[in-house]
Ligand binder design. Structure first.
Ligand code: PLP
Length: 435
């Protein structure tokens, strides 16, 4: 028995499914998940001493690579000053300023601890500000595990092929309208019917939880214009894409050039540098509706935690243009190698990309994936053999075809060469997969 096998057996006696977040259980790819004990640069190390090139990067936060010296140092120094003060600190002001400086339309920032908290608060704030109830979300978008947004959610909900979640009341589910992504006619129709009662549209800035799906040109601007015309708000969820798809998230590749801003953003992952921090931000008029200024309540014992703030500041301060250019270049190099390997093995596929983020979809050549229905119709069964061939060769991919590949500033040519060398055999495994 390997250490990971032993740990997984033990873990299942302690945690449901042996995990603290469902997709880690390898449900859709099968097998025993390696238990990780160390991470450094582009590498992860499991309990059996095996080294992996990591293309998950903690699901996004490790933008600079694991254990980046600047973040480690900032965290060590913060730890030496104490772990949590339960009071205002200079560093939460500083991190808020760094976020404001990069994103258009952010006058105010409120720190929370997880992306779920950020979207939950944004939804409550939108309802409080507009005095309306309905929220529009898109099928295949994941916004965390708050009750109202689990219907047709991506990420682990998609991986487990669930329609939503048990435990969500019918009344709560009825307050969310789920529409197909990239479908302007559906949005126009929903506003025509319910416009006076729609508080907000929430959308992933670019969906990355049904695999990566690019918004059609002008789609987010259309959402902004439509919500504004009906007195509703646009919540742009940049928890995953924020400070990763580009220096200013996916907004930096769309709103910045198209000259629009959402009413509210949600951030997470990268801004915590690997520690639990997330935030919402937006225009002052809306954000100041939050307590203590406004009537919408929100609070958190560990919000703005000083150690997490130090990590976030170190991360964003070191997330330079060169970092994004490097990740873009390396991810394009990897994409090219994947296309070559799949093509040589005769695997029908498409590469889905937004900024530095990409994913693969099977059986979608020529068409690509533009919404959740198409994502679900792909040849999902090809991913598990591909994944396991790569894992065997020491490459840690996301354990679901519905997740993006994440690279970091530490993914140098040596790391990438190992991934590229493993691709031909893995592509052949995908080619010979049967449903
Ligand atoms: N929003 C998006 C777009 C996400 O990808 C995620 C998590 O993956 C969340 C929200 C929820 O964040 P967290 O897992 O920190 O609660």
């Amino acid at each position: 028995m390997t250490q990971s096998e032993q740990l997984f057996a033990q873990a299942r006696e302690v945690m449901p499914g042996g995990v603290n977040s469902p997709v880690r259980a390898f449900g859709s790819v099968g097998g025993v998940p390696p238990f990780m004990v160390k991470a450094s640069g582009p590498y992860l190390y499991d309990a059996d001493g095996k080294e992996y090139v990591d293309l998950v990067c903690s699901w996004g936060p490790a933008l600079l690579g694991h254990a980046h010296p600047a973040i480690q140092q900032a965290v060590h120094e913060a730890v030496d000053r104490g772990l949590s003060f339960g009071a205002s600190t200079p560093d939460e002001v500083r991190l808020g300023e760094l976020i404001k400086a990069r994103m258009g339309g952010v006058d105010r920032v409120r720190m929370v601890s997880t992306g779920t908290e950020a979207t939950m608060t944004a939804v409550r704030l939108a309802r409080g500000f507009t005095g309306r109830e309905l929220i529009i979300k898109f099928a295949g978008c994941y916004h965390g595990h708050l009750d109202g947004l689990l219907a047709s959610a991506g990420s682990g909900v998609a991986t487990l092929a669930l329609p939503g979640s048990a435990g969500v009341t019918a009344a709560t589910a009825a307050e969310t309208l789920v529409l197909p992504y990239n479908d302007r006619a559906a949005i126009t129709a929903a506003f025509a019917e319910h416009g006076a009662n729609i508080a907000a549209v929430i959308t992933e800035s670019a969906p990355c939880n049904m695999g990566v799906v690019e918004p059609e040109p002008g789609f987010n601007r259309f959402l902004k214009e439509t919500t504004a015309a009906h007195g509703a708000l646009l919540i742009l969820d940049e928890v995953l894409t924020g400070f990763r798809a580009s220096d200013a998230g996916y907004w930096g590749l769309s709103g910045r050039t198209e000259d629009w801003t959402p009413d509210l953003y949600t951030f997470g992952k990268v801004i915590g540098g690997g520690l639990p921090t997330a935030a919402l931000g937006g225009r002052a008029e809306v954000m100041d509706y939050l307590a203590p200024l406004g009537p919408v309540y929100q609070a958190g014992t560990l919000s703005g935690n000083p150690v997490a703030m130090a990590a976030g500041i170190a991360q964003l301060s070191n997330a330079t243009d060169e970092v994004y250019a490097h990740i873009q270049r390396q991810s394009e190099k990897l994409e090219a190698a994947m296309v070559q390997a799949f093509t040589e093995a005769g695997v029908n596929h498409s590469i889905q990309r937004v900024g530095t983020l990409f994913s693969v979809a099977f059986g979608t050549a020529g068409e690509g994936v533009h919404n959740y229905a198409q994502a679900q119709q792909q040849e999902v069964f090809r991913y598990a053999p591909f994944f396991h061939s790569m894992l065997e060769a020491g490459v840690y991919l996301p354990p679901s075809v519905f997740e993006a590949f994440f690279l970091s500033a530490a993914h140098d040519d040596a790391a990438l060469d190992r991934v590229i060398a493993a691709l031909p055999a893995a592509a052949r495994a995908a080619a010979s997969a049967t449903n």
